[in-house]
Design a protein around this ligand. Structure first.
Ligand SMILES: NC(=O)c1ccc[n+]([C@@H]2O[C@H](COP(=O)([O-])OP(=O)(O)OC[C@H]3O[C@@H](n4cnc5c(N)ncnc54)[C@H](OP(=O)(O)O)[C@@H]3O)[C@@H](O)[C@H]2O)c1
Length: 307
């Protein structure tokens, strides 16, 4: 049985990954401020901002694989505290990647589609990034730190949505929660992305790591959609009122961090390796709906001790 260390195990990706991986593997999940209640995997609390804490976690976990999901992932927080963003998003992944190399553990680092400026879209792995925000810059430097410290590492640029610990982390939850409450929201018509359902992303990441892939891979949906159209698709599947979503330009949105308008990533490199296309948008939304019907959001939120 493979022993997997998952950092960020209270986050949207890390929690779903730890839950899915723990069905077949031994999982140790690292949380920071959010402790989990009755998690079906081993749990450690640590602020991974120091080498000592990283060493303590690695000595306890003795992992075969490390999936590094912990990050400072809020764009506005990164603009406000850039030094902390650099510590968490750049120094930390580079340091854990180096330690993984020493330990002989396979290392998977999670990066972002936002490393690109979104001027053209259809970005391939070999295209030159141009980050527009502190978040994007620190994540790009994190990728570079990882691949320099550990050339065998796997780096996945992702974008995803799903059901989270507090029920509020993902864009799909935002649309679902707001529309269910009859609340009007804005949907950006000029930001395009390729969101994957987090549970589908987890399956892909575990498969990629199982195959021993290394290097950079765009790991997003094979299809692109505007944030507005995504909201409408969520509304339609859940039988909610799509007219509550006002089509808006992101420039009217009052956001602090600059957004990249077209984050369509080309997934051909990964689909060629796997021998099949990556999932499309509509099947992901259907699974998101089916998970809700099966009570998955409540199961996840119980781990936060709130549901
Ligand atoms: N969400 C998206 O659509 C998206 C898009 C592109 C890329 N990504 C990338 O995907 C990864 C996962 O994102 P997410 O949305 O799952 O993030 P998230 O929900 O915000 O979770 C972040 C996780 O990192 C942990 N963390 C933060 N600082 C830490 C520290 N100093 N020490 C230890 N743990 C720390 C948090 O722990 P506590 O909560 O316990 O403090 C939490 O578990 C990140 O690398 C992110 O950049 C996300």
């Amino acid at each position: 049985m493979t022993r997997i260390l998952v950092t960020g195990a209270s986050g949207l990706l890390g929690l779903n990954l730890a839950l899915q991986a723990s069905r077949q593997h031994e999982v140790v999940g690292v949380v920071n401020r959010n402790r989990l209640v009755n998690a079906p995997f081993e749990q450690m609390s640590a602020d991974l901002g120091s080498p000592e804490e990283v060493q303590r976690v690695l000595a306890f976990a003795r992992p075969d694989w490390i999936v590094h999901c912990a990050a400072m992932a809020n764009l506005e927080d990164c603009e406000k505290t850039p030094t902390r963003a650099a510590r968490v998003n750049t120094w930390l992944p580079g340091y854990i990647a180096e330690q993984a190399g020493w330990l002989g553990a396979r290392f998977l680092h999670i990066s972002t589609d936002a490393v690109f400026d979104g001027e053209t879209g259809n970005y391939r792995e070999k295209d030159t990034p141009n980050p527009l925000s502190t978040y994007a810059l620190t994540k790009l430097e994190g990728e570079q730190a990882v691949l320099t410290a550990n050339p065998q590492a796997l780096v996945a640029r992702v974008n995803f949505y799903g059901w989270s610990l507090r029920g509020q982390r993902s864009l799909a939850e935002f649309f679902y929660n707001s529309l269910s409450a009859g609340q009007g929201v804005r949907g950006f018509t000029d930001i395009f992305f390729c969101p994957l359902l987090v549970n589908d992303l987890v399956d892909l990441l575990l498969e990629m790591q199982g195959q021993g892939l290394s290097g950079l891979f765009h790991t997003v949906s094979s299809e692109s959609i505007s944030k507005y159209a995504f909201g409408v698709a969520i509304a339609n599947r859940f039988g909610l009122d799509a007219n509550l979503i006002t089509p808006t330009s992101w420039m009217e949105g009052g956001l602090l961090a600059r957004r990249s308008p077209n984050l369509t990533l080309n997934t051909e490199k990964l689909s060629t390796v796997l021998g099949r296309p990556l999932p499309g948008i509509q099947p992901g939304i259907e699974s998101f709906y089916q998970l809700q019907q099966a009570g998955y959001p409540q199961q996840i939120q119980q781990l936060g001790g709130v549901a």
